[in-house]
Design a protein. Structure first.
Length: 114
């Protein structure tokens, strides 16, 4: 049984910073990738950042402002968000992919006020 639990969302003013965290519960699986997605009201869920092997990739809209990182010892993945904009407002979801399945967290709300 694999479970992802996010935390760290909240309300922040434009230009501010937040870090969202995701802890991964479970064992006996090999990770293919781990990442963050977001979904704004009325929009489709979109990829924000992903770690695959030793490389990271970012959506163009967040590149240079957001940083994804992982702590293997703690089974955690983080998303540091700087210079936040109102258009970053969304529910942020943690995602991991193994070689056979995809798992999602429940999401954490990030709201950026102008």
């Amino acid at each position: 049984q694999v479970q992802l639990v996010e935390s760290g969302g909240g309300l922040v003013q434009a230009g501010g910073s937040l870090r969202v965290s995701c802890v991964i519960f479970g064992s006996g699986f090999a990770l293919k990738s781990m990442g963050w997605y977001r979904q704004a009201p009325g929009k489709q869920r979109e990829l924000v950042a992903v770690i695959t092997g030793g490389s990271t990739n970012y959506a163009a809209s967040v590149k240079g402002r957001f940083t994804i990182s992982r702590d293997n010892a703690k089974n955690m993945v983080y998303l540091q968000m700087n210079s936040l904009k109102p258009e970053d407002t969304a529910v942020y979801y943690c995602n991991i992919e193994t070689w056979s399945q995809t798992y999602w967290g429940q999401g954490t709300q990030v709201t950026v006020s102008s």
